[in-house]
Ligand binder design. Sequence first.
Ligand code: 5GP
Length: 175
Amino acid sequence: MENVRLSPLISEREIRTRVQKMGETITDKFKGQDLAVIGVLKGSFLFYADLVRAIDTDLTCDFMGVSSYSEMTSTGEVKINLDLSRSIRDRNVVVVEDIVDTGLTMNYLRRHLMAHKPKNLMTVSLLMKPDALKEKCEVDLVGFKIPNDFVVGYGLDYQGYFRNLPYIAQVSNIN
Ligand code: 5GP
């Protein structure tokens, strides 16, 4: 893509090691129990695919689609484009996000999912930008805390591109 510079931030190897460890943490919490793992599309699709393979207990996979971003900034308004395909009532639920930025989406998802009365809800995000939070947002399991810069790769996009990068990179526009 023209006029865009990528600076690698988290390598493929670092991601692999951390995601494996996150899978072990989730396994320790839910081993022997039934689990519903919900991926938040589209950004979490690669993380989700690697994470579920690192979890060793019986689980079902489901997806939600939400949008709150336009280009490189949050609109502050969360919309659901795709909702759950089966009930999570009385089930252990893990919700899997790509990144927590302002915290609006994760807080919205938590409220939305809690309204479905799960037995237990664990929130997981690969990335978090603590300096970008606009409201208090507690996430149960975070892969990496990163600076307040726009990032792409490993599922995350800029204008629909770069989701296929196997690593995470910071993006800057060059004009
Ligand atoms: P929040 O509601 O926490 O502000 O934003 C969450 C959503 O914004 C993420 O799921 C992701 O889709 C998008 N987002 C936030 N920061 C970034 C970023 O640095 N890069 C990309 N590609 N998306 C981001």
